[in-house]
Design a protein around this ligand. Structure first.
Ligand code: TRP
Length: 328
């Protein structure tokens, strides 16, 4: 099956994101033809700082490599390096009803959040996403549940194109990523872990060992002293147990048994050690790759080449079907 997905360049990966989306990509690359891209054009629909934007984009590529995407196996590329994305998005803009775009949940949410910057790109975001997907005649799109509506609209756009200009695109299906465990804030375990709530509540996938120790030891726990999983009554310790269970690949019952009779401090120490052991290789890999500019460039060029060759074929077909005058 041909798979494609995209990830935003901004916003760092925390342990919750990783356990959701990124891990799924690693699995898919093993037995499918995969295209993975960093969607820098989409990111421009909210204001970015030009001075840091390209740096963050490169860092995201590095992070994807550090967690184990293999450029020999999948095509890893930058959305903006393949010009056909913007080109096909324009064509799709001309067949997508504004009313469909206006009812997208993400558009409504982002319009509320960025009241001073409700730009046209924010509205037509799904047309670009449909172009991302259909350019590669993608069959499966691994995304979180929040993106399902956009995949649905992608199918609508594919149908509309086909009925207007002749059969061209098959309808892709979404591969909804298992939500995985929800990881909560280390400080307020009743809230989802989020960078915007401050450093202390949050664990990056590339956190320094000392910082991991410190944050885990300071994480909020609950009354009592038993290591018992009970998210309602003991949200703090239950959240830490969830993290332990996921990183140790150990069922929750086993975690309880392992720490039966032990106290919070001892459990936290084991959790911090486990996280350091699991995350340190990723952090090192990231640091190493950040020094290897030429290597990263080469991977992105190779990705661009592979993606472009497919994208150009599709665009040729589209131009012909639409009736754009050809100069060849
Ligand atoms: N909109 C997606 C998100 O915010 C990112 C994305 C852009 C994407 N183009 C895509 C995902 C194509 C899958 C396929 O998560």
């Amino acid at each position: 099956m041909r798979i494609l997905s995209g990830i935003q360049p901004t916003g760092s990966m925390h342990i919750g994101n990783y356990l959701g989306a990124a891990k799924q990509w690693l699995k898919l690359q093993e037995d499918h033809e995969c295209f993975f891209m960093v969607v820098d054009l989409h990111a421009l629909t909210v204001a970015q700082n030009p001075a840091s934007f390209s740096k963050e984009t490169k860092e995201k590529i590095v992070e994807l490599l550090a967690i184990g995407l293999r450029p020999e196996t999948c095509t890893l590329f930058l959305q903006s390096s393949v010009k056909e994305h913007a080109e096909l998005a324009w064509i799709f803009n001309t067949i997508t009803p504004v009313s469909e775009l206006e009812r997208m949940t993400q558009f409504k949410d982002k319009s509320k959040k960025h009241k001073q910057n409700i730009n046209a790109g924010l509205l037509t975001y799904p047309a670009l996403m449909a172009a991302d997907i259909l350019l590669y005649k993608t069959e499966g799109v691994p995304v979180g549940k929040d993106q399902e509506q956009h995949i649905e609209l992608t199918r609508t756009i594919a149908r509309k194109f086909n009925t207007t200009y002749g059969q061209t695109f098959a309808e892709p299906k979404s591969l909804i990523q298992p939500e995985g465990a929800k990881i909560m804030s280390l400080i307020d375990p009743t809230k989802k872990m989020s960078k915007s709530d401050g450093e202390a509540n949050y664990l990056s996938l590339f956190e320094e060992p000392e910082s991991i120790q410190k944050k885990i030891m300071r994480a909020t726990t609950d009354k009592g002293k038993d290591i018992k999983y009970n998210p309602d009554k003991k949200p703090g310790i239950s959240n830490l147990m969830t993290i332990f269970s996921l990183f140790a690949n150990m069922p929750m019952k086993k975690v309880e048994q392992k720490f039966h009779g032990k106290g919070y401090a001892q459990f936290k120490k084991s959790l911090a050690d486990l996280l350091v052991k699991e995350l340190e290789p990723l952090r090192r890999k990231k640091q190493e790759l950040l020094q290897r500019d030429l290597y990263i460039q080469e991977i992105l060029r190779q990705g661009q080449r592979k993606a472009s060759s497919v994208a150009q074929d599709t665009m040729k077909e589209v131009r012909k079907k639409v009736g754009l005058l050809s100069l060849e």
